[in-house]
Design a protein around this ligand. Structure first.
Ligand code: AMP
Ligand code: ZN
Length: 266
């Protein structure tokens, strides 16, 4: 069932079996399922993992990603955050602690920056992530509650290229519930890290998640359809993409988010 749904969405967003797709593997269950299913469906996939340097947790993630890629017989590119950006994630958390940004947001900015840069250097056509339906519903609502509905202009299983230096992102599990993913990993004995990140700071998301727990699966499916309709009405983000004056990567501002985090004074 889940395999059929993923097959359908990949067909709909026209992912070609010859294209080189990098699966962004965190060590968690969601991205592991993307790799397992896309491999089974015959896509040309490779793994990419960023080792975040968050102690034992990160060591475990790396170990699991390597095991998964070994099982699937796919190549896996591993990058170390400190080597790629010059400092450790813990130091970035410290440096930016006085700002109103969560550790998850900081981490997300660095991951996104490395993933896009490396995927481009590796000449990948697309990056696939493990975002699933329940994540996406939460994010949609969070953006509205925070007064930034325009951030939902990217809502959907594919994020098209807005600049030649930006690699297309796809979310093969966009219509799949977390429950279905849990059942699939169990059934297929897929290795994944069960622990949650010890630095996680997602209090707002946790509250939003509770709201959705009250709804049935059918209701959530309908919400997805309605949000997709609503998304069509949201004014598309037509802000020009510049290149960061420090690192040269795509950015909406003069300096990209990642470089602003690095240059923050403690
Ligand atoms: P998160 O931002 O942790 O919710 O993760 C969202 C998606 O980003 C995951 O489903 C993965 O596809 C990808 N991802 C998260 N962490 C990593 C990592 N350390 N290395 C590579 N990809 C990652
Ligand atoms: Zn930059």
């Amino acid at each position: 069932m889940i395999e059929e749904k993923v097959k359908k969405v990949l067909k709909k967003i026209r992912v070609n079996k010859k294209e080189k797709i990098l699966i962004a593997l965190s060590g968690g269950k969601d991205s592991a399922v993307v790799a397992q299913i896309m491999k089974k469906l015959g896509y040309n996939i490779q793994g990419i993992h960023i080792s975040l340097g968050l102690g034992k947790y990160s060591e475990k993630c790396l170990e699991v990603v390597e095991k998964l890629c070994g099982n699937l017989e796919i190549k896996c590119y591993i990058y170390d955050l400190k080597k790629e950006t010059g400092n450790s994630m813990i130091n970035y958390f410290r440096k930016n602690a006085c700002k109103n940004i969560s550790t998850c947001t900081i981490c997300g900015i660095f991951k996104k920056w490395i993933l896009n840069k490396k995927a481009r250097e590796l000449k990948a056509n697309k990056i696939a992530t493990g975002h699933h339906r329940d994540d996406e519903l939460q994010t949609f609502l969070m953006n509205i509650f925070k007064g930034s509905p325009q951030l939902n202009s990217n809502f959907g299983p594919i994020l098209e290229n807005k600049d030649k230096k930006l690699i297309v992102k796809i979310k093969p599990l966009f219509f799949i519930s977390e429950k279905e993913i849990e059942n699939y990993v169990k059934k297929n004995k897929i290795p994944f890290v069960k622990e949650i990140c010890p630095y996680r700071q997602e209090t707002y998301r946790v509250e939003i998640r509770k709201i959705f727990e009250k709804f049935s699966d059918k209701e959530k499916e309908n919400m997805m359809k309605n949000f997709l309709e609503l998304f069509k009405k949201i004014k598309k983000d037509i802000q020009k993409i510049n290149y960061c004056e420090i690192c040269g990567e795509p950015s909406r501002n003069r300096i990209c988010k990642k470089c602003s985090l690095i240059s923050s004074k403690k």
